[in-house]
Design a protein around this ligand. Structure first.
Ligand SMILES: NC(=O)c1ccc[n+]([C@@H]2O[C@H](COP(=O)([O-])OP(=O)(O)OC[C@H]3O[C@@H](n4cnc5c(N)ncnc54)[C@H](O)[C@@H]3O)[C@@H](O)[C@H]2O)c1
Length: 251
């Protein structure tokens, strides 16, 4: 790769949920662009970092449950101690759980979905923003969903959690705009990743007519939008959401 194709050279990036799917594609893309990537996940982080290193990138692994405030504090402190800065955070870790309707979702599952998908995003931003504000530079990209924009069947807590991601992204984008920290989100449509194991083939098939492009996304197609929002090219974009959904919410 030439110097001009290294938009993330010298950048220190943390990607949650980097063990698979959209997070892994994002971590690989950041590393290919020259970043040092901390692959943060509660499973698969070591394997993700090793696969990036085997492709010539620079990557480290961090085992973390994004619901754990102490783990976030320790991760941010460790990255600052070893690298002296945090330039990019991609809050991507998330879950979906089958049987998620207002009537049927249990309190335990509601709390688990909201804690990972929404509280985890807040905790991640809270951990890195002091460094970014001090540096007077930073990029945060949160992964929301079409579920934040439209009511998806069998996804009550999931829709609520992603709506929270969208609202928090907007608020934080405004709050830290003057500190030169750009905070945005992407809203993927159906993307062929591990999370799809929690959705039946019948449910997935129902999404196809709602997707004008006529197919589902692959992880690198979502990662491409995340990479743009983490690049210098997004310098005047903050508090915004980019739909990467084949036209679903435009329908
Ligand atoms: N795949 C889709 O169709 C789709 C659509 C819209 C939004 N999204 C969102 O994209 C994001 C990435 O999901 P994906 O599709 O790549 O699925 P995935 O299951 O392949 O990846 C999710 C990753 O998050 C990690 N994770 C889950 N809970 C965690 C926790 N508590 N702490 C740390 N890591 C945790 C998992 O270990 C996994 O590696 C999620 O936020 C998801 O809601 C996915």
């Amino acid at each position: 790769m030439t110097a001009s194709s290294q938009p993330f050279a010298g950048k220190i990036a943390i990607v949650t949920g980097a063990g698979s799917g959209i997070g892994l594609a994002t971590a690989a893309g950041l590393a290919a662009g020259g970043a040092t990537v901390i692959c943060a996940d509660w499973q698969g982080a070591e394997e993700a970092a090793a696969s990036i290193r085997s492709s010539g990138g620079t990557a480290e692994a961090a085992g973390i449950d994004v619901r754990d405030p102490a783990a976030w504090s320790a991760l941010a402190a460790d990255v600052m101690a070893r690298h002296g800065r945090i330039d990019i955070l991609v809050n991507n870790a998330g879950i979906a759980v089958p049987g998620d309707t207002v009537i049927d979702v249990s309190e335990e599952v509601w709390d688990r979905i909201l804690d990972i998908n929404a509280k985890g995003v807040w905790l991640g931003m809270r951990a890195v923003l002091p460094a970014m504000v001090e540096q007077k530079s930073g990029k945060i990209c949160n992964v929301a969903s079409t579920a934040a924009h439209i009511g998806l069947r069998n996804a009550a807590a999931y829709c609520a959690s992603k709506g929270a991601v969208l609202a928090l992204t907007r608020q934080a984008g405004v709050q830290y705009a003057a500190d030169n920290v750009q905070i945005n989100s992407v809203s993927p449509g159906t993307t062929m990743t591990g999370i799809q194991k929690d959705i039946t083939d019948e449910q997935r098939a129902a999404f196809l007519p709602l997707t004008p492009i006529g197919r589902f996304a692959q992880s690198p197609e979502v990662a491409a939008a995340i990479l743009f929002l983490c690049s210098e090219g997004s310098s005047f974009i903050t508090g915004a959401d980019v739909s990467v959904d084949g036209g679903m919410v435009a329908l």
